[in-house]
Design a protein around this ligand. Structure first.
Ligand SMILES: Cc1ncc(COP(=O)(O)O)c(C=O)c1O
Length: 445
């Protein structure tokens, strides 16, 4: 870790439980003791850390939020204009309405929209509306949907219920035990599991919550089967498009999958990293928002909708989804070629717009961490996941892939000699949920 980053992170660990506000920004997830952690400036694909070191980001681009690249000039210009006109007022910002029309235009099955400023919040709003609409409590879900009580309640029933749903081991401490059995997990492409939930809880099922697609492609009939179960039981189908939205197309990935939900939830890329989230839904369901209380001061500020309007319009105008699919494919192919050439057994997975690799060797995690370390030394924020952006041009990726090729050669040598840990000279990256407080590291749970 560079000197100032190190000092800041030491201070953070004393002041902030867990060190960062988001699990996926902990340096331990990338390169413990080595990841730069804090940035001074980010523009396009370039990041300058607090110590003034420059990197090209070929990793997760603001945790998938910056689909246009950092500090996109068109989005920033719209934000500057919003700031000039005042971002908060006793009256409402008209951009809210313009954005609602645009979102309903992109998703013709939907007729109404509510906003929040973060993804987890928007998911909580969607589930509340579904519960208010149906007058029921239980939620069937698959995948990760944020930090809220409704979701973590799944782990009250069975400590491992959330394992395999993107973030293993999330601890439900602080979630009322009375919520036990209100959130029931099923796995993607396992219609039988959802059917079993419906068989026992169908009459109390308020919502089915899932990403329309993430890693695996839907098996034929899976999404249609989910839709049919929702229809048969009068359950609200909620597609979480917080990560998939504005990556495969302008709008939700479901637009390409031929199945319409009752609500779709967007955040992250919809405003290119500005705080903005939306619940888009059918009028018949969304009106239930009026029968409960869903309201917050900062959901009315102007920057979020102004940024979202500019980001979505640019996304559509420039056909950004095509570009990021191209960039993702190029990198995935480059990883494969480099691994094949070096003799590193590599598995790639994920959508073209969200590729990732895994090294299929004992000690693969140490080797993947060594990859992060060596790429960092060469001036890249690189990881085994890549979230491409509009700002990633072929020349960035061509240069990156040359370096990947050389680093993979070293990984192969380290695997042959069995000295990857010595080369890493530090702990490997960690994943999942683990506590980091008072400088004390506990084992992953
Ligand atoms: C599918 C999905 N749902 C919900 C969330 C939570 O969104 P946020 O981090 O904005 O609260 C995320 C974040 O990674 C996500 O990927």
């Amino acid at each position: 870790m560079t000197p100032l980053s190190h000092l800041l992170y030491e201070r953070a660990r004393r002041l902030v439980p867990g060190g960062t506000q988001l699990l996926s920004k902990r340096p331990e997830m990338f390169l413990p003791e080595g990841w730069p952690t804090y940035y001074r400036k980010a523009r396009g694909v370039e990041v300058v850390d607090v110590d003034g070191r420059r990197y090209v980001d070929v990793s997760i681009m603001g945790v998938g939020a910056c689909v246009l690249g950092y500090g996109d000039p068109d989005v920033d210009a719209a934000v500057h204009e919003a700031v000039d006109r005042g971002v908060m007022c006793t009256l409402n910002a008209p951009e809210e309405i313009e954005l609602a029309e645009l979102l309903c235009d992109l998703h013709p099955w939907a007729g109404m929209v509510r906003y929040t400023r973060s993804g987890g919040e928007a998911m909580a709003v969607a589930v509340r509306i579904a519960r208010a609409h149906t007058g029921r409590d239980t939620v069937a879900f698959c995948g990760y949907h944020g930090w809220s009580d409704w979701y973590l309640a799944a782990n009250l029933a069975d400590e491992r219920a959330l394992d395999g749903h993107l973030m293993p081991g999330l601890d439900p401490a602080g979630v009322p035990r009375a919520l036990r059995n209100t959130s029931l997990p099923f796995f993607y492409n396992r219609l039988d599991q959802l059917e079993a939930i419906v068989a026992t809880h169908g009459r109390d099922l308020a919502a089915i919550v899932m990403e329309p697609r993430r890693g695996e492609a839907p098996e034929p009939g899976f999404l249609e089967g989910v839709r049919a179960l929702a229809d048969e039981t009068g359950t609200v189908l909620i597609f979480d498009e917080i990560t998939t939205g504005f990556r495969m197309t302008t709008g939700g990935a479901h637009l390409l999958l031929g199945v319409e939900p009752d609500m779709a939830v967007f955040a992250k890329a919809m405003a290119n990293g500005y705080a903005m989230a939306a619940v888009v839904g059918r009028e018949s369901v969304m009106t239930a928002a009026q029968s409960t209380f869903i309201s917050s001061t900062n959901w009315t500020e102007r920057i979020g909708p102004a940024a979202a309007l500019a980001a979505i319009r640019k996304h559509r105008r420039e056909r950004v989804a095509d570009h990021i699919a191209h960039a993702g494919d190029k990198v995935r192919e480059g990883w494969r070629r480099a691994a094949h050439h070096a003799g590193v057994p590599l598995r790639t997975k994920g959508l073209p717009c969200l590729p990732e690799f895994h090294i299929d060797l004992p000690g693969g995690r140490v080797l993947a961490t060594l990859f992060v370390k060596r790429m960092l030394e060469r001036g890249y924020l690189a990881f085994f996941q890549f979230k491409p952006s509009w700002a990633h041009r072929d020349e960035h990726l061509d240069r990156y892939l040359v370096d990947v090729g050389e680093v993979f050669e070293e990984l192969a040598e380290a695997a042959r000699k069995g000295d990857a840990q010595e080369r890493l000279s530090g702990p490997p990256a960690r994943d999942g949920f683990f506590r980091l407080t008072e400088g004390r590291q506990e084992e992953p749970r």
